[in-house]
Design a protein around this ligand. Structure first.
Ligand SMILES: *[C@@H]1O[C@H](CO)[C@@H](O)[C@H](O)[C@H]1NC(C)=O
Ligand SMILES: *[C@@H]1O[C@H](CO)[C@@H](O)[C@H](O)[C@H]1NC(C)=O
Ligand SMILES: *[C@@H]1O[C@H](CO)[C@@H](O)[C@H](O)[C@H]1NC(C)=O
Ligand SMILES: [Fe+2]
Length: 431
């Protein structure tokens, strides 16, 4: 009996174990999906506000941005109860041309001062048919960030956004590659409509990727025309001269948005601005620092190896980030998820940034599924699936990061890890 039982038991255990492992690793990588069509609602008129999104400006203001087809006034009326607008603010309107395309009227209004962690109701261009609501970020920790890059506008994007919308996040950080319009300007409008339900409610803070450049030699030689016109970020407030890089404080976190597709050499404006920005950080007020880039400095996927925006930008700026004690560096570009150990100059280092690639929002190019083999030791978790990340910073010392896989349209927590801040580690001598 015993002679029979043992192999049977072994077989049962092996089957259960294989089944368990199978569940964990044999997720079939889904194929890319096509762009979905996001038409303007039929009941809209040419002056209906559309593509509404908001971003943080300074400590207690918000920029409201929206588009109308024909001219409408750049006015936002707002208040803390629905339908009661006790305050209003006026801003400016612009538009741009790109080849044969002329954009709608792009309105840009800064409202505030606003109270932290408060819901405001607002309407744009005095249009009473559409009331929006936004929640301002908290003034103090805790705060929850949603982090996702390389969004695009496919069926995958749609469900990734649905998962983010259910997370009750305070602010979204986007490490570049928004619409994947790639010169086809009306896709920027589709993207604006697709993200509006989320982006009109919480600040969306973005930086640019390669798909935002849209420069055509001779024919349209100015880069970032659509991106800069549509996604005005608070660069002026952080002493930057370019919409392509800026920083801000929120709750207890200093967030630095860097530009991978503009100059980053040690004699560049961006480098000098970053140096000065680090000099202004007060770790008593912002014990955490988060930096966002597009092209990852660490990457063990076979996609996007050796690009100058990765190799040269890292060479130029990694020392600055290391000396400043940046806790996290989030990147996009590679359409997959990868988390590294704390790493500096290629080597694990307890006082260096955690690098995370989160370029898995769901764009139409699909996933980057080939990896270097064997896995380099500094790569802790890597998987080519769509999804998004959430960074909850609880207090001055503790934060928890979770990567959610978009598992055939279901959100599944697939990588959860706790971190302590570099500023709380006496061995790291962060000032
Ligand atoms: C996008 O997702 C929403 C749910 O969040 C769903 O109602 C809608 O049908 C989806 N659109 C497309 C085109 O898949
Ligand atoms: C980085 O590592 C390389 C070797 O991989 C070394 O030559 C270089 O000096 C290091 N740089 C710094 C700033 O530590
Ligand atoms: C910070 O949060 C962590 C995790 O919840 C907790 O263990 C720790 O006691 C908190 N620290 C302070 C100072 O509240
Ligand atoms: Fe990219």
């Amino acid at each position: 009996m015993a002679v029979i039982k043992r192999p049977v038991l072994f077989f049962v255990l092996a089957t259960v174990f294989a089944g368990f492992i199978g569940c964990v690793v044999s997720y079939d990588r889904p194929p890319p999906r096509k762009d979905i069509s996001v038409p303007q609602a039929e009941e809209f008129s040419s002056t209906s506000p559309q593509q509404v999104h908001v971003s943080l400006v300074g400590a207690d203001k918000m920029r409201i941005s929206w588009i109308t087809e024909s001219s409408a006034s750049p006015i936002v009326e707002y208040g803390t109860s629905p339908g009661v607008y006790s305050k209003s603010a006026t801003g400016s309107t612009s538009s741009y041309r790109y080849l044969l395309y002329t954009s709608g009227e792009i309105h840009d209004v800064v409202i505030g001062p606003l109270n932290p962690n408060t819901v405001y109701y607002y309407r744009c261009s005095s249009d009473s048919s559409r009331e929006f609501r936004l929640k301002t970020p908290p003034a103090q920790l805790p705060i929850k960030f949603a982090v996702v890059g390389d969004l695009g506008l496919t069926g995958w994007t749609n469900t990734t956004l649905e998962h983010i919308g259910q997370s009750n996040y305070d602010m979204l950080l986007l490490p570049g590659d928004l619409a994947y319009a790639d010169f086809v300007q009306f896709l920027w409008d589709s993207f604006g409509r697709l993200v509006e339900p989320l982006a009109s409610q919480r600040p969306w803070m973005v930086t640019q990727g390669n798909h935002e450049v849209e420069r055509i030699p001779v024919i349209h030689s100015t880069p970032f025309t659509a991106y800069n016109a549509r996604w005005h970020m608070p660069f002026e407030e952080s002493g930057s001269t370019s919409n392509l890089y800026y920083s801000f404080d929120v709750a207890g976190v200093h967030v630095i948005m860097l530009g991978s597709y503009t100059d980053f050499d040690p004699d560049s404006d961006q480098f000098k601005w970053l140096q000065a920005d680090f000099g202004k950080i007060n770790r008593g007020i912002t014990p955490w620092i988060v930096a966002i880039i597009h092209a990852p400095w660490y990457n063990t996927n076979t996609a996007h190896q050796g690009e100058p925006e990765s190799v040269l930008m890292k060479k130029s700026m990694e020392g600055l980030l290391y000396n400043a004690g940046v806790d996290f560096v989030f990147a996009g570009h590679v359409h997959a998820y990868e988390r590294f150990t704390r790493v500096y100059n290629g080597t694990a280092d307890n006082c260096a940034s955690v690098h995370i690639t989160i370029g898995d929002g769901g764009n139409r190019e699909g996933l980057a599924s080939k990896y270097m083999d064997p896995t380099p030791e500094i790569s802790v978790f890597r998987e080519a699936s769509f999804g998004h990340g959430e960074l909850k910073v609880l207090n001055a010392t503790h934060a928890v990061w979770t990567w959610y896989r978009n598992d055939d349209d279901v959100s599944v927590a697939a990588d959860t890890v706790w971190f302590t801040s570099l500023s709380s580690d006496p061995a790291c001598k962060v000032v």
